[in-house]
Design a protein around this ligand. Structure first.
Ligand code: PLP
Length: 362
């Protein structure tokens, strides 16, 4: 595979093989003469495809039987509202870890639906960079309805690599930018969710994986399309699902199986991240602001020693086919997102480019 390589944080790169297959099937899905976007979601062929996508995801993630897999509307942020409405009562306290930008949006949203959002702790600045406060300092509530955290902060490039524990509350995780990137012990969670556009498929779509005992608790005024219990009962077809996104996500799951599943992806992702961080650490021209123990394997922010060269860096990168490297508007600098679909060669090309740019400008 050759450039362009798309380092966009999301919507992000999709595997080329998946795009090619979607292109081949676009105008005539399974010989029907019409597109998968043009058929009923109740059509037996569509239902069969949709259920296979769920089965493939279950197999990839080793999702236990006592979890529902829901294909939802509204992306990652839709789940920021779905979680408190579905598994907490209006007078409940909920615990949130605040590790960065996305945690903060989730906290603000939860505050609309529950009596108290207790922020237990979060990101801290240390001599070695941005980190997360040690677990023993977290102020967990004894009566929290759930404990929410974001294992991979897409904007900040900060990750929590261990699964945290709460003495009493079910664990809820926003895995929008880390789902399927490595093996995961799903059984440790009450709810896992992800907007699709980082590691799965098109935007506007989300996957929620919900343990059965957390169903049946939705607040009375929960929007029906966001109600986990209704969507579980209706197999995510209470209303018309995003059929195109579901189809494309299914192709990505098949592609992941062909790649050897999440264990193989995890090894490949580790190699990609090591290559990029090792180069950044070896250079005086680039800097990553995150403590080595808390660095994301998916989103690598970096700063140039001379920020007045940022625009020149981005323009030169784009000329080489290295796209989407501009950092988030909240933090500036650069960010390379290296999700599952990014091949190792893309990261090699990026590091080669960064080295050349450094040599020219120092
Ligand atoms: C992108 C992202 C979101 C928001 O997703 P939308 O689909 O735009 O609502 C939430 N959480 C994390 C961790 C993300 O990376």
């Amino acid at each position: 595979m050759t450039a362009p390589y798309n380092f966009s944080a999301g919507p992000a790169m999709l595997p080329r093989a998946v795009l090619e297959r979607a292109q081949e099937e676009l105008r005539s899905w399974r010989g029907s003469g019409i597109s998968v976007m043009e058929i009923s979601h109740r059509d037996p062929a569509f239902v069969q495809m949709a259920q296979k996508a769920e089965q493939d995801l279950r197999a990839l993630m080793a999702i236990p039987e006592n979890y529902q897999v829901l294909f939802m509307h509204g992306g990652g942020r839709g789940q920021f509202t779905a979680v408190p409405q579905n598994i907490a009562a209006a007078n409940d306290t909920v615990d949130y870890l605040d590790t960065g930008v996305w945690s903060e949006f989730a906290i603000r949203e939860a505050g609309k639906f529950v009596a108290k959002v207790n922020v237990v702790g979060g990101a801290i600045d240390t001599a070695k960079g941005r980190a997360i406060a040690p677990t023993e300092t977290w102020a967990l509530s004894p009566n929290a309805a759930y404990f929410h955290y974001c294992p991979n902060e897409t904007v900040d490039g900060v990750a929590l690599h261990q699964i945290p524990q709460h003495p009493s509350a079910p664990l809820v995780a926003d895995m929008s930018s880390s789902i399927l990137s490595e093996p995961l012990a799903v059984e440790k969670f009450g709810v896992l969710y992800a907007g699709a556009q980082k590691n799965i498929g098109p935007s506007g779509f989300a996957i929620a994986i919900v343990r059965d005992d957390l169903l049946g608790r939705a607040q009375a005024n929960t929007s029906t399309i966001m109600d986990y219990t209704v969507q579980a009962k209706e197999r995510s077809m209470y209303n018309t699902p995003n059929t195109w996104a579901w189809y494309l996500s299914g192709l990505v799951f098949e592609w992941l199986q062909e790649q050897g599943g999440v264990a193989a992806m995890g090894q490949k992702n580790q190699r990609k991240a090591d290559l990029l961080y090792n180069y950044i650490d070896s250079s005086d021209y680039y800097r990553n602001p995150v403590h080595p123990d808390y660095r994301s394997k998916m989103n690598v922010p970096f700063l140039l020693a001379d920020a007045t060269r940022d625009d020149a860096f981005l323009a030169a990168a784009e000329q080489q086919g290295l796209l989407g490297l501009k950092g988030h508007r909240f933090v500036g600098g650069m960010r390379a997102s290296i999700y599952n679909a990014m091949p190792l060669e893309g990261v090699v090309a990026l590091v080669d480019f960064m080295r050349e740019f450094e040599q020219k400008h120092t």
